[in-house]
Design a binder for this molecule. Structure first.
Ligand code: SAM
Length: 349
């Protein structure tokens, strides 16, 4: 597996993705193709004017408007790619990589795959010698994720698989007992998957759950403790506050993303081990039907995406991936229609 697109440097080449920043900070992402034009309401830029320029150059469109051209970072890409489910934001992805101790060469299980944002960070961290096994129970989400990952890499990574189905049922079929180094769960009810995950994890392996609400945090913490198979769970959240730094006007930004989710981690004990300070098993915490109702997608305020809208996004992700593969050096001839769709799909507001 190579991260052919993401790690490129040097002058812009045909097939590169380039992020253009217009005069009002509006972002447009294009994939460079000789002879093609990028159109906006402010005029057109010939892709040929960009090919050969160093990364970080300014180009002028046919109406004299200037655009800054840079290869997008992975964080730029995930924030502008088509979404099915809500993504893990870069601030949380960075903490997930650190707190779950994702390392080059690791075997990692991830569920659900959603839009593939976290998959991209995990693939980068495990490198070509690692293996990422992702699980997703909705095939439309899996399609969006596949398209996004292929667009970023210019190909389907060989060390990545998506298995369709519920993790609790599918994982035992896909992973041998004690074969997985790290498990990262981003789903509504991670406690339902603890048996399967605990069997797959190696002793000393890390389980990390990313959850959105305190009710989920409480339930998964108690469920992890109740197994008796893990170290004491550690929970936290990450708040990143941007700063305005200009001359003497140095202050926090007025707006910030205040809440995304909580992280909770615990390490798998060796079979038969009891934590020294926990000779007594914690009593099983009971939950009423009303508590459980509080964890349904509707009650949690999760935005429900219609199947029709999802199919449209999956087609956009697929078209972007086709264009990305086609423009990869040595790839198939580009499909002009697909390339057009890819440009509008890659545009960020
Ligand atoms: C919030 S999204 C994941 C987003 C993803 N981490 C990203 O960064 O793009 C949650 C996903 O988990 C999936 N899911 C929920 N429970 C699951 C389960 N038990 N097994 C497999 N997938 C599950 C949902 O279908 C949904 O796509």
């Amino acid at each position: 597996m190579i991260e052919s697109r993401g790690e490129r440097s040097g002058p812009f080449r045909a097939g590169d993705r380039v992020q253009l920043t217009g005069p009002k900070g509006r972002l447009h992402t294009i994939t460079l193709e000789p002879g093609k034009l990028f159109h906006s309401h402010k005029g057109a830029i010939a892709h040929d004017d960009l090919i050969g320029l160093p990364d970080g150059s300014v180009v002028t469109n046919q109406a004299g408007v200037e655009y800054l051209a840079l290869r997008p970072l992975l964080s730029d890409f995930v924030m502008s790619m088509p979404r099915g489910a809500a993504i893990v934001y870069p601030k949380d992805a960075a903490q997930i990589l650190a707190q779950a101790d994702i390392f080059p060469g690791a075997t990692v299980v991830e569920a659900g795959v959603g839009s593939g944002a976290l998959s991209l960070w995990l693939l980068r961290a495990i490198g070509p010698t690692g293996r990422l096994q992702s699980f997703e129970r909705r095939d439309e989400f899996a399609d969006v994720a596949r398209g996004n990952v292929a667009t970023f890499h210019g190909a389907d990574p060989e060390n990545w698989s998506i298995t369709l189905g519920d993790l609790a049922e599918a994982l035992p079929r896909q992973a041998a007992a004690a074969s997985v180094d790290r498990v990262v769960l981003d789903m509504l009810a991670p406690w339902e998957c603890l048996d399967a995950v605990s069997t797959a994890l190696k002793p000393g392996g890390v389980l990390l759950c990313y959850i959105a609400t305190v009710t989920q945090l409480s339930r998964v913490a108690e469920a992890i403790r109740a197994t008796g198979w893990y170290t004491e769970p550690q929970a936290n959240e990450t708040m990143v506050r941007g700063w305005h730094v200009q001359g003497l006007a140095v202050r926090p930004d007025h707006r910030m993303i205040a809440h995304t989710g909580f992280l909770i981690t615990a390490r798998r004990l060796a079979p038969g081990t009891e934590l020294p300070e926990l000779k007594r098993r914690p009593s099983k915490t009971e939950f009423s039907d009303e508590d459980v109702e509080a964890w349904t997608p509707g009650a949690l305020g999760e935005r429900q995406v219609s199947d029709k809208a999802l199919r449209k996004r999956a087609r956009a992700a697929d078209a972007a991936a086709a264009s990305s593969r086609a423009t990869e050096p040595g790839g198939a001839e580009p499909d002009a229609g697909a390339a057009d769709r890819s440009e509008s799909a890659g545009e960020a507001g």
